[in-house]
Design a protein around this ligand. Structure first.
Ligand code: F6R
Length: 241
């Protein structure tokens, strides 16, 4: 595990974008695993800038997103499909047919999870997986539980996650209660994992996840075992370690 400490959110975003850019330059036809949430917005902004300045070309890149709300139409402003288009896909040249997210509108959970795992397998796995971390240690929507999850599955969101995500919806009632997520095993199979974390409110969980025991009760803790895991975090997020 490698930790890169940054002064603040902006520096974290630039460093993370630089690591992703290096991946794209080294392997133009790479598979990027992508995340949503508040943390990666600045990272995507940098990637868009470097694409616009001619420093990056995404024409051969494929993407797989970590997760999607179940039951939310793609066009809903808060679907992860919309988030990704708004923050990245609409502004760079990743071919539309190389963009992959779980299909939240497919209510047949078994079929959708199998389809998504088959998509990831058909691409030969993920070269670089970008991750954030939830306050309870979740990665993707892999919430604390008694065992690590394997492949893509349908999850009931915890009260804590519903509470954290309600800021994006008009009311708490509108937050979807379920999501499809890539499993922990799939995340661990990525050839490189890059986690970005910012803010004092994440300091506690960073300490638990990366300086405590590996346990499915803190899903991110398993990343301690990943052979190529980089944590890019700002001083506030690292303030307890
Ligand atoms: C998003 C995702 C989540 C977030 C996590 C942190 O695709 O899978 O695990 O990374 O909830 O979210 P933020 O960045 O909003 O604190």
């Amino acid at each position: 595990m490698r930790i890169i400490r940054t002064k603040n959110y902006d520096e974290m975003s630039r460093k993370a974008a630089a690591i992703i850019a290096a991946q794209v330059i080294h392997k133009p036809n790479c598979v990027l695993g992508l995340a949503t949430g508040g943390t990666p917005v600045g990272t995507y902004k940098n990637l868009v800038e470097w694409y616009k300045s001619g420093d990056l070309d995404f024409s051969e890149v494929s993407t797989v997103n970590l997760d999607e709300y179940r039951g939310l139409p793609r066009e809903h402003r808060e679907s992860y499909w919309s988030f990704m288009h708004r923050n990245l896909f609409d502004h760079v040249n990743i071919p539309q047919d190389r963009i992959n997210l779980p299909d939240g509108t497919n209510m047949d959970a078994d079929a959708e999870c199998k389809r998504y795992d088959a998509v990831i397998a058909s691409m030969g796995g993920v070269d670089l997986q970008l991750l954030g971390i939830g306050h309870d240690g979740h990665i993707g929507f892999n919430e604390p539980s008694d065992a690590f999850d394997m492949g893509t599955h349908c999850v009931d969101l915890t009260e804590e996650t519903i509470e954290a995500n309600k800021r994006f919806f008009a009311s708490r009632d509108e937050v979807p209660r379920q999501a499809y997520t890539m499993g922990t095993h799939t995340i661990m199979s990525a050839r490189k994992v890059l986690m970005i974390v910012s803010g004092r409110d994440k300091a506690e969980i960073i300490k638990k996840a990366f300086f405590g025991p590996v346990t499915p009760h803190v899903p991110a803790s398993i990343l301690q075992m990943h052979p190529n895991f980089v944590l890019v975090a700002d001083e506030d997020a690292l303030s307890l370690v």
